[in-house]
Design a protein around this ligand. Structure first.
Ligand SMILES: Nc1nc2c(ncn2[C@@H]2O[C@H](COP(=O)(O)OP(=O)(O)O)[C@@H](O)[C@H]2O)c(=O)[nH]1
Ligand SMILES: [Mg+2]
Length: 204
């Protein structure tokens, strides 16, 4: 697991152009290469993208779980036509108030995305570091593995863990082989984002 207190300076944020918000996989524009940010609602996906990207319409952060239900796309580089990596901010799953219909729809959405989009280069799973991997996360691991694309785990809100909890977490994930890389980060404090930033930059 990659952990540490290094803060990503704002000057290193990646320039990105917002491509818009989309309802479902079928309406997404064709892209050249893509990385998607998935995770439970409120885990900090949008905060993470805000910390990594410099863009005129940054993803909205909400303390109210389940408020973003659309896929929001960003293209690296200054303009819409740059033939570079696209980052997809996904809506979250698993919040208590969501209807069964929406949960079902989300599951389909994720499956569609992971199985149909040919140019997905990597998936980044964002999880509150205080939670453990649950059924949804194991399901995501299974689906992503079947496509043989790298799955990165961002354990977010690391700023909320004390030393003892951090040490425990490292032990808990030491033997885990499900992920290409595991990072203990804080999206709001912008700590330990260097690996992910460089990884994204390397994809295009
Ligand atoms: N303490 C702490 N709170 C965070 C962090 N990242 C996100 N949050 C908070 O978690 C809530 C949900 O964040 P958001 O990015 O909207 O999550 P999303 O639903 O996964 O997109 C907001 O209140 C954020 O301020 C973090 O690294 N540390
Ligand atoms: Mg969000």
């Amino acid at each position: 697991m990659i952990s540490g207190k290094n803060i990503l300076p704002d000057t290193l944020r990646l320039a990105a152009h917002p491509l818009g918000k989309f309802n479902d996989v079928a309406t997404l524009p064709i892209t050249h290469a893509e990385i998607a940010f998935l995770g439970r609602s409120n885990s900090g996906k949008s905060s993470l993208l805000r910390a990594l990207l410099s863009t005129e319409k940054p993803p909205q952060i909400s303390s109210r779980p389940g408020s973003t239900r659309l896929i929001q796309l960003y293209r690296l580089g200054g303009t819409q036509t740059d033939n570079r990596l696209t980052l997809a901010d996904f809506p979250g799953y698993g919040y208590a108030k969501s209807s069964a219909v929406f949960r079902k729809r989300y599951e389909q959405f994720l499956l569609d995305y992971i199985t149909r989009r040919e140019h997905v280069k990597a998936i980044c799973l964002v999880m509150d570091a205080r939670r453990s991997l649950g059924d949804e996360e194991h399901e995501i691991c299974r689906i992503v593995k079947s496509r043989r694309i790298p799955l990165l785990l961002c354990l977010n809100k690391g700023d909320q863990l004390n030393q003892a909890a951090t040490a425990k977490l490292k032990v808990a994930y030491a033997q885990n082989k499900d992920f290409f890389e595991i990072m203990l980060i804080s999206a709001t404090k912008k700590t330990n984002l260097e690996f992910l930033r460089n990884y994204i930059a390397s994809l295009g």
